[in-house]
Each structure stands twice: as C-alpha cells, then as structure tokens.
Design a protein around this ligand. Structure first.
Ligand code: GDG
Length: 721
C-alpha cells in the first residue's frame, strides 16, 4: 500500500497491532496484546488511519507485513538486533519503565542505550514523516517514543502533533534522577498536546517542566510556554470498548457450578503489577481467616512479557516458587489454593473468567490506568463480583466504588479480600452498578474523541507574566540590594528585523528603560554584539551603560571607557577580512563592520545560496585567524580574545561596585542567544538570568521568557517594584 493522502490520523507507537515472529514454520503473524493495542486498534478500524510501528522481527526480502484484509495500513519501522537490545530492552524497559513506575532501584542508566533510543526515536519520526501528508493529526504513543515529537517537528514544522503517555509520569524527585531528564521533556514539548491518564501525572509533568526547564507553566489551565509555541497538557482517562466486553460476557457459556469462590488476577507478568505481593496477601488471608480454606481459590493468569530480560525471568522464578510454597503449605487432597496459568488466553476465555469470578484482585504497585479492572467490571452481567483495586493504579482515581487497597500493605489487602468475599449481594450490586455506569459512559471511543478534540483545540496562549510571577522569581532576591540590570539588545529589547538598522526600540520599552534607570537603587546596562556606537545610538538614553562588540568595548556612567587591550592588534586584520568577505557578497548579502568584530549577513540573498555563502564566510573567517560563529542568516567574526559578554559583565560589576560587589549588588540579566549563555554561566548563583525566545535549545539561564513582550513586562515590574 502506498502513502495515502486521505488518512485522518497517523498513529506512531513502538509496536504495531500485529507482531511477527519467526519459527520453524516460517514467519507468523499474530495480534499484539497489551493495553495500548486494546485501545487504539478499534479506533483505527472504525475511523481509518495509518499505524507506524515495529513489527517485532526483521522482514526478509520479498516478505510482506500487510494482508489484503487489513482494516488499515500498517507501516513497519525496522530495528537491528542491537537496537532491540539497547533502545527497547535497555532504555525503554530497563530505564524508563521502572523509573516512571516509581521503582528507581530497578532502573539502569546507560549512555549507549540512550544513544540508541535517540537514533530509533528519530527513525520513527522519519518513517512517519513520509506518511504524514494530509494527516489531520500525528498521534505519538507511550514511553518508548518520548523524543519522537521533537524529531518529527524538525522535519514537519507545521504538523499537528499530539502525544499520549500510557504509563504514569513520575514525580519531579524521581524524574530528575534521569541523566537525560531535560532532553526527554524537550522531546515531548514539540507536541501541541501532551496527554496523560490522570491529573496527578499531568501535574508531575508540569512541575518537571517548570523546575527543570525553567519554563512558564499555568498549572490550572495546563498550558506551558515553550518559546513561541504553547503546549497544552491535559488528562484523558482511557476507557475500554465496554459493549464488546459486555456482549462477550453475555455470550459465553454459563459457569459450571463450582465448589469454591474464585479470586481472579490477570496481568502481563511484570514486577509493577504486584503479583508477588498479591500472592502473599492471599496467603495471609488463609492464615487470618481459615474459614476460607478449601472454599476459595486464587486464579492468577500471567501473560508472558519481556521474557528475554533477566529481571523478568527472575520474577517468573520468584512467582513459581511462591505459588509452589503457598500451595504446598495449604493444599488438601481435593483443593489447591492457587491456580496459576502462565500463558495468554483467547478473548472469549478471558471474558468467561471475568464473568465467573467472585472477586478481581488487581494490585499493581503502580499502573498508568489498568484496563483489566475496567474489563472485569464490564463483564459483570450476571451475579455481581467485587473489584479490589490498588490505590496506586490510575484507574483508582475514578473507580471509587471499588475496594481500594495499598498493595504494599499485605495485611490490609488480605482484609480487603475477606471483605469482598463476605460482602452481601445488595452491596455488591450497588457498587458494580455504579462502576458499570461510569465505564459504559467513559468508553474508549469517548477517550479517543476527547483526545482528538483536545488536539484540534490546542493552541491557547499564556498572558505575559504577571507581577506575582516576577515577585516569585526576583522579588525576594532583590529585597535590600542594589539592582544591576543587564539586557541584550536584539531579540531581547527589540524584535529581530529584516535589517539590523530596522530593529528599533518600541516607545513602551524605551519608557520602561528610562523608568528603571531613573531609580536610585537600579543601574541599567545594555550588552550587545553590535558595535558600541551602534547600540548606544539605537537606544540613545543617557544614564545607561553600553557594552558593544560582545563586551570588548564598554562605556557609561560610573566606568571609564574600556576597550580590550588586545583589540588594536586585530583592527587592521579585521579590515582586511572585511575586504575579503566583500568579494563573497552577492545581491542581498553584506558585511557589517563593527570596529572590533564584523558580521557577514546573507538574510536577503537567494535562499539556494545560503549554505554556500555561510560555508565560504566561515572558511575565510577562520583562515584570517578569527573565531567564526553562526547566527541567524549571518556569520560573525570575532577576534580570538578570551573575552565574552560574561567577562564584560563581571568586569563592569567589579569596576563599578568594587571587588566585594556581591555583598550589596544583585545582577539580573536577560538575553536571547548563544552569546548570552556566557553571562548565564558566570552569574549562576550570583544573579537571576532569563533566556528569551526559542525554548528548543538547552540553556543555563534560571528562567525562560517567551519574547520581547515578556521582557517589557519584567522591566515594567522592575520599574515600579
Ligand atoms: C499499559 C499501561 C494502561 C491480558 N491478558 C490477556 C489479555 N490481556 C489484555 C487485557 C488488557 C491488556 O491486556 C492489559 O492492559 P493493562 O491496562 O492492564 O496493562 P498494560 O499492558 O501494562 O498497559 C496501563 C494501558 O497501557 C492503556 O493505556 O492502562 O496502565 O501499563 O486489555 O485484556 N488479552 C488476551 N488474553 C490474555 O490472556 N486476549
């Protein structure tokens, strides 16, 4: 099948809804299991779309994944054996999975695995990009693909991208254990909408963004300011295909009369599912309440999962032993307390188990949502069973009529099972009726539709920061101190214009600067890459200090004019370089001489020439013994003097306020580009720093501000504080 332009939704998930495996019989294809496939397969079947994912094995020459009767196209992403190890078993399942489930002791951190994760995430984005033409939405799923939205945004800047995480998002204190914490956050923030199962996970994510990326977050509306873009964060609790489970339960054969009551556990065999704790709680039940012996069985279905990973093999051994020990301890001639099945069952058989069980004991240590709890409820079409559910599953947020337990509390869980087994029919019925009503309404269709509507609606904007925010960022910090306020010019005080000469200061900004500078407890300095003459003309205000040429020249109140002593040596050579670069100029390219440095601009030249112009300029600049630095449609040449904006700011502080300046002066700095990072670094801990504009690049600033308007809001605050 070829890429279609009519697909409304493009789903990207680690796994395709079918899994291929190779055996002596050749290539086999079966339906994938797990919560994600259960949720999305019906959606694409009904509405159409395309699914991009890993098929589970490598296809050989001539082999086909697709079949003519497939309800929608599936596009395979190939992984090498080493990528399966590092990206999938490694970073996804041995790092992110335990950490996101708040089990940090199990998490392994390995740089090779991270590198592979990045490579594979990029590949998913590249494959998806080929199929994204005409798609209304690209919907990326789950923890294996946290970086994919960013890679996709780079290829398709205008695509509508949404992301949903199927597992919990951990609290800040755990998330920051990851050496790649910021990279993962930036990966997700390339999406327009980021969805989680419950509000708690969304709040954790917002807190991480606020604290680790220093971006503005509105916790009530779930909006994040990410440079010029705004990202919407929201909870969308997933549901199930309720009717399907209900109908299947009604269709299956009537239960054969049994002697014992059945307590049911159904999980992928995974340490997060709390199977060992559950077995111990059941053992405790038989100790505490001997009356249940020979009258109750625990039927535990464990579906094989990740069985090539040693931790999962070890878990399997642990559970085998536990089952053996408990059965050995309590079994009588006609009764074994635990029936343990290590396999997957067909859906009809699963429905029968759900319907015929008296209690569902679902005790994950942490779980994004847990669909089994919902499937059990939907299957109670006959004698109502009781749901005993872990408080630590996302499902517990809404399924309040279940008996909620702490899975780590073995005695408490045993007590809850006893209560469930002895609950009278009236109470069982009233609980299950309420649970069923909610799940019927909040089915998987509603989940998908609300998410899609959320993705369409995403795009709100935060108002510029309010005084209360600046109070939190700098209020206390400045109290009782003199303020030394430093500001970059282009992109910080003035919007970037087509030509540098057109980047004027707005009247509002000029007024705010004047009002700041006229305060006795505040000094203002402008630190720019422009020449000193140029920047002081652009601003044109008297009581302000100016540092031009990235701080090589400084002049202003309280300081003698400063020109870096090595500059003279380079002036002559800089003029020669300027003449050389003039020869590279074509229409729309020009050389801006700034005395101590120069900039080669090509913003208005024919776009097909941009790369060539930049490369040639860089080559000439380096050959002349200058440092070259790429800027937006421009290449800068600076003398190779170990002096930058950071040195300049420290020089000003020392000269103006003395070597012990930090006892009485507090610097605040705002800048929008790479050269400002030098100041952020030297002022870290000593001042408060703000990076303005694009949020995709790493910064050491204390906070990020979206744009020039936010800088204006800050100056107005500082002027009237
Ligand atoms: C992740 C999150 C979140 C199980 N055994 C058999 C079988 N299953 C099906 C169940 C259910 C699915 O597998 C398991 O879903 P869960 O939600 O319980 O758990 P995860 O696989 O860990 O799913 C989870 C989910 O994503 C959705 O966002 O709820 O928190 O961890 O549908 O029925 N299906 C068949 N035979 C079995 O033996 N046919």
């Amino acid at each position: 099948m070829s890429p279609s332009s009519e697909n409304p939704i493009l789903v990207i998930a680690n796994r395709l809804p079918v899994t291929l495996s190779r055996s002596s019989r050749g290539l086999e294809r079966r339906h994938s299991t797990g919560g994600l496939v259960s949720a999305l397969d019906p959606l694409l079947t009904h509405r159409g779309g395309t699914w991009v994912g890993w098929p589970g094995t490598k296809l050989r020459e001539g082999e086909q994944l697709a079949r003519p009767d497939d309800p929608y196209p599936m596009v395979p992403v190939e992984l090498s054996a080493s990528e399966v190890n590092r990206y999938y078993h490694g970073f996804s399942n041995a790092t992110l999975w335990p950490l996101f489930h708040s089990l940090p002791d199990r998490a392994r951190f390995d740089r090779h695995c991270w590198d592979s994760y990045e490579t594979v995430n990029r590949r998913f984005a590249e494959v998806a990009a080929e199929w994204s033409d005409g798609a209304e939405l690209v919907w990326v799923h789950d923890y294996q693909l946290l970086r994919t939205p960013l890679h996709l945004r780079r290829i398709r800047p205008d695509a509508r991208i949404a992301y949903f995480l199927h597992i919990p998002f951990p609290p800040y204190d755990l998330f920051r254990l990851l050496p790649w914490d910021r990279e993962l956050l930036r990966g997700l923030l390339a999406a327009d909408l980021v969805g989680f199962h419950v509000r708690g996970y969304a709040q954790n994510f917002l807190e991480c963004v606020e604290r680790l990326l220093a971006q503005r977050v509105d916790r009530d509306s779930g909006l994040i300011e990410h440079g010029e873009r705004t990202v919407q964060v929201e909870a969308f609790p997933i549901g199930i295909d309720f009717r399907q489970y209900e109908q299947r339960a009604m269709a299956v054969q009537q239960r054969e009369p049994r002697r014992e009551k059945v307590v049911l556990g159904v999980d992928r065999l995974d340490y997060t599912k709390g199977i060992s704790q559950r077995l111990r709680a059941f053992e405790r039940l038989l100790e505490m309440h001997p009356e249940h012996r020979e009258k109750v069985v625990l039927l535990q279905l464990a579906v094989p999962s990740r069985d090539q990973v040693s931790e999962y093999q070890q878990l399997k051994r642990e559970i085998d032993e536990l089952v053996g020990r408990i059965n050995g301890r309590f079994a009588t001639s006609g009764w074994s307390p635990i029936q343990y099945l290590y396999r997957s069952l067909p859906p009809e058989r699963l429905s029968q188990l759900y319907r015929d069980s008296d209690v569902a004991l679902i005790t994950p240590l942490r779980d994004g949502m847990n669909l089994v709890a919902k499937e059990f409820v939907a299957s109670q079409v006959d004698d109502p069973g009781v749901l005993v559910l872990s408080r630590l599953a996302g499902a517990a947020e809404t399924m309040r009529e279940a008996i909620l337990v702490n899975p780590f509390d073995i005695d408490g869980t045993a007590g809850a099972v006893h209560r469930a087994l002895t609950m009278d029919e009236a109470e069982r019925r009233s609980r299950i009726v309420a649970l069923r009503r909610r799940e019927r309404r909040n089915s998987v269709d509603l989940w998908a539709n609300s998410f899609l509507a959320g993705a369409r609606a995403a795009g709100g904007k935060l108002a510029p920061p309010a005084d209360s925010e600046f109070d939190a960022w700098v209020g206390e910090f400045l109290r009782g101190y003199h303020l030394a306020l430093f500001l970059d010019y282009d992109g910080t005080l003035a919007r970037i214009a087509d030509h540098p000469s057109a980047a004027d200061l707005s009247p509002g900004m000029r007024d705010a600067l004047v009002r700041c500078a006229s305060r006795d407890d505040t000094d203002v300095g402008i630190v720019s890459g422009r020449s000193l003459d140029d920047v002081s003309k652009m601003v044109g205000l008297e009581p302000i200090l100016y540092a031009g040429n990235h701080g090589l020249e400084i002049e202003g109140p309280g300081i003698r004019r400063f020109t870096h002593e090595d500059l003279g040596h380079y002036r002559q050579r800089l003029q020669e370089l300027a003449r050389d670069l003039e020869e590279t100029c074509i229409p729309g390219a020009w050389v801006e001489e700034k005395g101590a440095s120069l900039t080669f601009h090509y913003r208005e030249a024919d776009e097909t020439q941009h790369v060539r112009l930049a490369e040639e300029a860089q080559r000439k600049i380096r050959a002349a013994g200058f440092q070259s630095r790429q800027a937006l449609c421009a290449v800068e040449a600076r003398p190779p003097i170990g002096w930058d904006k950071g040195h300049a700011v420290l020089h000003i502080l020392r000269t103006r306020y003395g070597p012990a300046w930090s006892a009485s002066v507090r610097p605040v700095y705002a800048g929008d580009d790479e050269t400002d990072e030098d100041v952020f670094r030297v002022l870290s801990g000593l001042g408060r720093t703000f990076r303005v504009g694009s949020a995709d690049v790493p910064t050491t600033a204390d906070r990020q501000l979206a744009d020039v308007d936010a800088v204006l809001a800050m100056l107005q605050y500082l002027a009237r504080r």
